[in-house]
Design a protein around this ligand. Structure first.
Ligand SMILES: C[S@@+](CC[C@H](N)C(=O)[O-])C[C@H]1O[C@@H](n2cnc3c(N)ncnc32)[C@H](O)[C@@H]1O
Length: 215
């Protein structure tokens, strides 16, 4: 395991606290991410999907009965992916889990029609991950990215009864500027598609956009 993996604050966040925090009514981000993942699957109808920062499988129910032959759930936290496999292994015969650091370009075999990356660019070096995603996509494949955006909300991690259990990740969270993201994706040969949009939930703003590999 890489230095980054050993140091990641995500290894200190218990799965139960993370899930409870994200789906708490005061946060509501699990519901948002699940709905946006469903939309991305509907738009792309992918045969092969990688979910980066899959955690415990939020939204994976939308993959059931879809025609994807290959679904790879990717996360740095082995506890999260063990729970995901337990929840969805039987319903998704093509499911693979990969406990890896997405900063490593060799961590995934590639060949994806869709890479769904929701709230992970905030915890890594974003241009490196953009370049890695470009390499993992099939020609014509799409990186669908969901990025937290600045708001007047006082804290980067939302307040909830479980917030203290997420303390380890707050210093690692850096919001991604959309202008910079547009440059990194263009440099990596990913073309911004029409339909990018913003949504707001409980005072926090999120950008969702598709970036297609053209070459
Ligand atoms: C905010 S959560 C993602 C939310 C998730 N997509 C959902 O719908 O609930 C960020 C996830 O990225 C994972 N992660 C953070 N850094 C990573 C890295 N370098 N490589 C792989 N996974 C990473 C964390 O363990 C965590 O599960």
């Amino acid at each position: 395991m890489s230095e980054r993996a050993r140091r990641s604050g995500w290894l200190d966040v218990p799965a139960a606290s993370y899930d409870a925090h994200m789906s708490d009514a005061s946060v509501g981000q699990a519901q948002l991410l699940s709905a946006e993942f469903a939309d991305a699957l509907y738009r792309m109808q992918p045969k092969s999907v990688a979910v980066l920062g899959a955690a415990t499988g939020n939204g994976f129910e939308h993959l059931v009965e879809r025609a994807a032959d290959r679904v790879v759930a990717v996360d740095i936290n082995p506890e999260y992916l063990a729970i995901l496999a337990e929840r969805f292994g039987a319903a998704l015969p093509g499911l693979q889990t990969a406990v890896v650091d997405v900063m490593d370009p060799g961590s995934l075999a590639g060949g994806f029609d869709l890479i769904w990356a929701a709230l992970i660019f905030e915890y890594v070096d974003p241009p490196t991950l953009v370049a890695n995603c470009a390499g993992w996509l099939n020609p014509g494949g799409v990186l669908a990215a969901l990025l937290q955006q600045p708001t007047r909300h006082p804290t980067k991690v939302s307040a909830s009864p479980w917030q203290k259990d997420l303390a380890a990740i707050e210093p690692e969270l850096s919001l991604v500027e959309l202008d910079a993201f547009a440059e990194w994706t263009a440099d990596a040969g990913l073309r911004a598609e029409a339909g990018a949009h913003m949504v707001e939930v409980n005072g926090k703003g999120f950008f969702i956009g598709d970036f297609r590999r053209t070459g």
